[in-house]
Design a protein around this ligand. Structure first.
Ligand code: NAP
Length: 281
């Protein structure tokens, strides 16, 4: 079997076209432009690239973006107070704090300084809880993008065994909750999982969210499984792509799979936040 590609570029392009129309309607209705603020701490080149890509996509859909760049030596307290200021700024609809922040910063404290109504990247406890209870609210952007990609290809999830490799608060944990909400049976694996290959051999759906190039071998994949690779390190995913594609029914390429879906989800949630802000003014 050769897997069908889950084409994140094509699906995200359609999503962004919808967002572009929604932004135009919003501007007509409210005479202002939805605004996303990205906050970047430090000089990590990959983070700079991600933030630039997000700003470019904003421009393409007619959304405003503002970039706040802070020195790598900034304290948690200063970052928290900057995020609180942005949370209180009526001209800001969405706030994204680029992950990861430097090690000395308490990232959780920083995330929690983002007002939940502007948490378009879905990183606060409030967003996690509403998502886990299946009560709407903002989804963590990458998990939300993964689900949109699976939906676009009508990948069946109910009753399937989904194995999520990785349990970070922004990716592994929330994608497992979203799969559970779609009636998948979910197993989480992580760095202490003793028998990863055995767990993956049972997986109808694999979500790889680790950041270790090709650590998931193609021959671990169950024939016909759906493989979603969110990992990205050294321009490579977590899954040994060519070998996995021989066994899977569907697979995401890296790049061009999950990454574009993350940005499209972020922008879709930003225009949604702008509408919510107008509705509650
Ligand atoms: P993270 O916070 O570093 O989490 C990595 C997870 O992988 C942890 O839960 C860790 O387990 C687990 N892990 C580490 N080594 C393992 C092993 N040998 N076997 C099984 N699990 C192992 O990373 P993250 O922020 O979730 O990101 C994960 C990857 O996704 C990275 O490559 C990142 O670049 C990528 N990413 C992509 C997008 C996108 O838009 N495409 C967005 C976000 C992240 P423990 O919990 O036990 O330590």
């Amino acid at each position: 079997m050769t897997a069908r590609i889950l084409d994140g570029r094509a699906v995200s392009a359609a999503m962004l076209e919808r967002v572009r129309r929604e932004v135009a309607e919003f501007v007509d209705a409210y005479d202002r432009t939805p605004t996303l603020v990205t906050v970047l701490v430090g000089d990590d080149p990959a983070s700079h690239t991600y933030v630039r890509m997000k700003a470019n996509r904003c421009a393409k859909v007619g959304m405003d973006s503002r970039r706040v760049e802070l020195d790598a030596t900034i304290s948690t307290e200063t970052l928290v107070s900057r995020l609180r200021e942005l949370s209180a700024d009526a001209g800001v609809d969405g706030i994204l704090l680029q992950h990861p922040v430097p090690d000395h910063i308490d990232e959780r404290a920083a995330f929690e300084a983002i007002d939940p109504s502007k948490d378009v990247d879905g990183v606060t406890r409030t967003s996690f809880a509403t998502m886990a209870f299946d009560e709407g609210g903002f989804r963590s952007a990458t998990p939300g993008g993964i689900m949109a990609l699976l939906n676009a290809y009508e990948v069946p999830l109910a009753g399937k065994h989904a194995v999520v490799v990785g349990r970070s608060p922004i990716l592994g944990k929330p994608v497992g909750m979203l799969l559970l909400a779609r009636d998948a049976t979910v197993t989480y694996c992580h760095s202490r999982t003793a028998d990863l290959a055995d767990r993956l051999a049972e997986a109808d759906v694999v979500v790889a969210a680790v950041g270790r190039p090709e650590m998931i071998r193609g021959d671990w994949i169950k024939p016909g499984a759906v493989v979603v690779d969110a990992g990205y390190a050294d321009n490579t995913g977590d899954v040994e792509y060519a070998a996995a594609a021989e066994k899977a029914s569907f697979i995401t390429p890296v790049p061009g799979g999950v990454g574009p879906m993350t940005i499209a989800t972020l922008l879709a949630q930003t225009v949604g936040a702008a509408r919510d802000h107008e509705a509650t003014r």
